[in-house]
Ligand binder design. Structure first.
Ligand code: ATP
Ligand code: MG
Length: 569
C-alpha cells in the first residue's frame, strides 16, 4: 500500500465538540466522520482498524467452536411481539414502516431473529449444543449518543447465541465464551477486567461484563483487594455489617429548622454522617398490595442503588413518590421524612447497614424537626424488609476480608446465561433423548467491536496521538521516503524495502506523499503506526535505515539485518 494512493486526511486542531481523547484522536486521524448524531462513517483508515479488531474476534470465536452467520438488521414487529420486547425494549428500539405500512424495527440485538432461525433449523437434541454468531451493525436510539463511536446509535457488535439441552451444558459454554473473550481482549492488548453484572431485564442468572479500565469510562466497577472479586455497581456487595449494638440513648426530638439533608443535620448535631439515616419515598405496585407507599432507608453517607432496590420483592418497576403522595402518607415534606409513623402502616425497606444501626437520626415527619437516639424494636417496629439496596463505596469492607476499591471502566463485552426465556416465549422446542419436546436453554455473548477501537485509544495514546497495540494498528510499519519525487534511488530503495517487508508477512505501508519530514512523521505518529522506518539519501549512502518504535524515545540507524530482526521480533 502506498499512502499517495490512499485516502489519509489528518488535522492538527483538536475538534471543539469532542470531549474524550479517543473521540478527538479518531477525528484528528481522520478515522471517522460524523454523518448525524450517533452515526459515523468509517474512513478507509478507520475501517482498517475496525477490520483488525473483527479479525481477532472472528478467529477466537471460530477457535472456540462458534459458527458465523448473518441475520437481517431490519426485523418484523411480529417477531418482537412474540418475545414481548416490541414494547418492553423502550425508546432505544427504532421502529420503521415499509410502503405497505408493515412495521419493523432496526435490530438492537438479535435474540428473536436467532431463535426464529433455530426453531426452523433445529429439531433434535442431536443438533445441540450449537453457538451461532454474527458481526453485524446494530442500531439503538440512545438518549445521549456521545463520545463518537464509544456510544453511538449505529455500531458494530459481535453477537453470539448458544442453544443447549441442559443448564449444565449452558454453564460449560458460558465458561468457554468467557475464556474466548479473555483471549480476545488479551490479544488486543487491552487492560481489562471481567466483572459480575446484574442480569437485568433480560432475565437469567449469571452475567459478566468485560470492562476496559479507563478513567473516562461511563461505568463504575468495584473490586476487592482481597481476591479477584469484581462487580459492577448494580451487583457489587460489601461485607454484611457487624451485629447491631445495644441502644444507648433515649429518643429525642431535635429542632432542625433549615437542615434538610443528612449532611446539614449531622453538622448541626455535631455527629458523624454515619449516624444519620436517609429516607427515600417510593411508590411500588405489586399484585398482593396494589399501588403502595414504601420508605427505603440508607445510611446518611450512602446512596440507594436503583437496580438493587427494584429487586426487593414487590418493588420491581417502583418509582419515586411525588410530593403530594409523600404529604398524603407521612404528612410531611421531603427533607424531614422518617420511618417513625404513628399509624405504623408504612412499609419500611432498610438497607442491611441501617438495620444494624443503633441510636440513629431520622426525619420527624414534621417540617423543621428530626428525631435522634432512634432504635429499632424500641421506637419503631423492626423493618419489614432488610436488603442490600445501596451502592458500595471506596473503602467498604469486602466479604473476602479485603477492601472495596472503585475504578472506571468501558464495557466492551458481555456474557450472559439467558435460560429459556426466548425459547419458551417463541415456542422453540427440540426432541430430547426420550422423544419429548423440550425448550432449549440459551446463552448470549456480545462484543462492542466498534467501541473497542475507541476504548483501545483511551488506554493507548500520548501527546503525539494514538499508540496502537500491534494487532489493531492499521499497518505495522510505515516506510517513510524523504523526497520521493526527486530522488529515484531513494524511491527505488523504499519500494524494494516495502516489497521485502511484505514478503516477510509484515503489514507495511509506504509514505510516498512527498511531505516534509516533520509533517510526515507527525501524521505517522498521530495515526499510531507501531514502527517507522525512514529511507533517505544519507541512510542509503551509509547503508542504514532510520528506525523508531512508536513507543520508543530515540531513533536509531540500523542495517538491513538488524532492522528485520527488530521488526520480526
Ligand atoms: P451500555 O451499558 O454501554 O449501554 P449495554 O449493556 O446496553 O451497554 P449490551 O446490550 O450488552 O450493551 O451489548 C453488547 C455490547 O455492545 C456492549 O458490551 C458494548 O460494548 C456494545 N454497545 C452497546 N451499546 C453501544 C453503543 N451505543 N455504542 C457502541 N457500542 C455499544
Ligand atoms: Mg445500552
Amino acid at each position: 500500500m502506498r499512502l499517495s494512493q490512499f485516502h489519509l486526511r489528518t488535522t492538527k486542531e483538536t475538534p471543539a465538540d469532542a470531549e474524550l481523547v479517543s473521540h478527538q484522536l479518531m477525528l484528528r486521524a481522520g478515522m471517522i466522520r460524523k454523518l448525524a448524531a450517533g452515526l459515523y462513517t468509517w474512513s478507509p483508515l478507520g475501517l482498517r482498524v475496525l477490520r483488525k479488531v473483527e479479525t481477532v474476534v472472528r478467529e477466537e470465536m471460530d477457535r472456540a467452536g462458534a459458527i458465523e452467520m448473518i441475520m437481517p438488521t431490519i426485523q418484523p414487529r411480529e417477531l418482537w411481539e412474540e418475545s414481548g420486547r416490541w414494547e418492553k425494549f423502550g425508546d432505544q428500539l427504532l421502529k420503521i414502516k415499509d410502503r405497505k405500512e408493515a412495521e419493523y424495527c432496526y435490530s438492537p440485538t438479535a435474540e428473536e431473529a436467532v431463535t426464529d432461525f433455530a426453531r426452523q433449523e433445529l429439531n433434535s437434541y442431536k443438533q445441540l449444543p450449537v453457538n451461532f454468531y454474527q458481526i453485524q451493525t446494530k442500531f439503538r436510539d440512545e438518549i445521549r449518543p456521545r463520545f463518537g463511536v464509544m456510544r453511538a446509535r449505529e455500531f458494530v457488535m459481535k453477537d453470539a447465541y448458544s442453544f443447549h439441552l441442559t443448564d449444565e451444558d449452558l454453564v460449560r459454554e458460558y465458561h468457554n465464551m468467557h475464556a474466548a473473550y479473555t483471549r480476545i481482549f488479551t490479544r488486543l492488548g487491552l487492560d481489562f477486567r471481567a466483572v459480575q453484572a446484574d442480569s437485568g431485564a433480560i432475565g437469567g442468572d449469571a452475567s459478566q461484563e468485560f470492562q476496559v479500565l479507563a478513567d473516562s469510562g461511563e461505568d463504575s466497577i468495584a473490586f476487592s483487594t482481597g481476591s479477584d472479586y469484581a462487580a459492577n455497581m448494580e451487583k457489587a456487595q460489601a461485607a454484611a455489617p457487624a451485629p447491631r449494638p445495644a441502644a444507648g440513648e433515649a429518643m429525642n426530638k431535635v429542632a432542625t429548622p433549615t437542615q434538610r439533608t443528612c449532611e446539614e443535620v449531622a453538622a448541626l448535631l455535631g455527629i458523624p454522617l454515619q449516624r444519620t439515616v436517609k429516607s427515600v419515598a417510593v411508590m411500588a405496585d405489586d399484585a398482593a398490595s396494589g399501588q403502595h407507599f414504601v420508605l427505603a432507608l440508607v445510611r446518611g453517607d450512602h446512596a440507594v442503588n436503583e437496580v438493587k432496590l427494584g429487586k426487593v420483592p414487590g418493588l420491581a418497576g417502583y418509582r419515586l413518590a411525588t410530593e403530594a403522595e409523600i404529604r398524603e402518607h407521612l404528612g410531611s415534606e421531603p427533607g424531614f421524612l422518617g420511618p417513625i409513623d404513628a399509624k405504623k402502616a408504612i412499609r419500611v425497606v432498610a438497607d442491611r447497614d441501617v438495620a444494624a444501626m443503633a441510636d440513629f437520626v431520622v426525619g420527624a415527619n414534621e417540617v423543621g424537626f428530626h428525631i435522634a437516639g432512634v432504635n429499632w424494636g424500641r421506637d419503631l417496629p423492626e423493618p419489614h424488609d432488610i436488603a442490600d439496596i445501596r451502592n458500595v463505596v471506596e473503602g467498604d469492607k469486602a466479604a473476602d476480608g479485603g477492601e472495596i476499591r472503585i475504578v472506571r471502566g468501558i464495557e466492551v463485552g458481555h456474557v450472559f446465561q439467558l435460560g429459556r426465556k426466548y425459547s419458551e416465549a417463541m415456542q422453540f422446542t427440540v426432541l430430547d433423548e426420550n422423544g419429548k419436546a423440550t425448550a432449549p436453554t440459551m446463552g448470549c455473548y456480545g462484543i462492542g467491536v466498534s467501541r473497542i477501537v475507541a476504548a483501545a485509544i483511551e488506554q493507548n495514546h500520548d501527546a503525539n496521538g494514538i499508540v496502537w497495540p500491534a494487532p489493531m494498528a492499521p499497518w505495522a510499519v510505515a516506510v517513510c521516503v524523504i523526497n520521493p519525487k526527486n530522488d529515484a534511488a531513494v524511491n527505488d530503495a523504499a519500494q524494494r524495502l516495502l516489497a521485502e517487508l511484505r514478503g516477510n508477512g509484515i503489514d507495511a505501508v509506504l509514505d510516498d506523499r512527498g511531505l516534509r519530514p516533520g509533517a510526515m512523521f507527525a501524521d505517522i505518529e498521530l495515526i499510531g503506526i507501531p514502527h517507522r522506518v525512514v529511507v533517505s539519501e544519507r541512510g542509503l549512502a551509509a547503508g542504514t535505515f532510520e528506525y523508531r518504535a512508536r513507543r520508543g524515545a530515540e531513533a536509531e540507524n540500523l542495517g538491513r539485518e538488524e532492522l528485520f530482526a527488530r521488526l520480526l521480533s
